[in-house]
Design a protein around this ligand. Structure first.
Ligand SMILES: Cc1cc2nc3c(=O)[nH]c(=O)nc-3n(C[C@H](O)[C@H](O)[C@H](O)COP(=O)(O)O)c2cc1C
Length: 187
């Protein structure tokens, strides 16, 4: 069976793409707008370059057509801290996907513990095993409602014991597969 994308509407493309391009890592992005901490998950997310160290995250619009808070905050402050959910916080991740008013904080409303590690970046979510401290780098222009933004990793937090002296890491993040979450497992 060949699917011709010209004949598939956006919702069904999304269902097919997100159920086929699996698993995808989940960027649980924390941003800060004058002390209002925002946290939201994004799975249209992937590394694209090592030097410079770049990741891309594609952010859609809110239902009313306005920018999602994460994108608005990144464009304003140029900073983002990317955390990674694990098995223990699936529920919190799902709650963070609820659209809230711009002046409401997911971190406060859903009582998510955060910790400031670097002065010039938003705090990290305490349960994350690793976090990327990023600055805005560029926007990749595409037609339609999605804004793929490129972020540059300047610093990384990694929990003690999760990186070896040869820089091999051991991170138990979960990924997105269709509408479900999947843990990464060794073959
Ligand atoms: C696992 C998961 C992955 C998601 N991935 C994306 C994504 O890649 N792009 C996007 O625009 N929204 C994505 N969403 C929806 C956003 O998290 C949701 O719109 C959220 O309310 C945005 O919050 P904000 O307005 O605070 O930025 C995802 C939701 C979940 C649960």
């Amino acid at each position: 069976m060949i699917l011709n994308y010209e004949n598939i509407d956006d919702l069904n493309r999304y269902k097919i793409m997100s159920g086929s391009i699996v698993p995808r890592p989940i960027a649980w992005i924390v941003t800060d707008d004058n002390g209002i901490l925002n946290a939201a998950p994004f799975s249209y997310f992937i590394p694209i370059s090592t030097n410079p160290a770049l990741v891309i995250v594609a952010i859609g619009k809110k239902d009313d057509g306005s920018l999602k808070d994460t994108l608005a905050n990144i464009l304003k402050t140029k900073k983002a801290t990317i955390c990674f959910p694990n098995r223990t916080n699936v529920e919190q991740v799902q709650k963070c996907a609820t659209p809230l008013a711009k002046n409401e904080s997911e971190i406060e409303k859903f009582e998510i513990n955060v910790r400031k590690e670097l002065e010039d970046y938003p705090p990290l979510i305490s349960s994350t095993q690793t976090a990327l401290f990023c600055e805005y780098y560029d926007t990749y222009k595409v037609e339609g409602d999605t804004t793929p933004i490129i972020l540059k990793i300047n610093y990384q937090y990694i929990e003690d014991g999760r990186i070896s002296d040869r820089n091999h890491t051991n991170i138990d993040s979960i990924g997105r597969s269709g509408i479900t979450f999947k843990a990464m497992v060794d073959l």
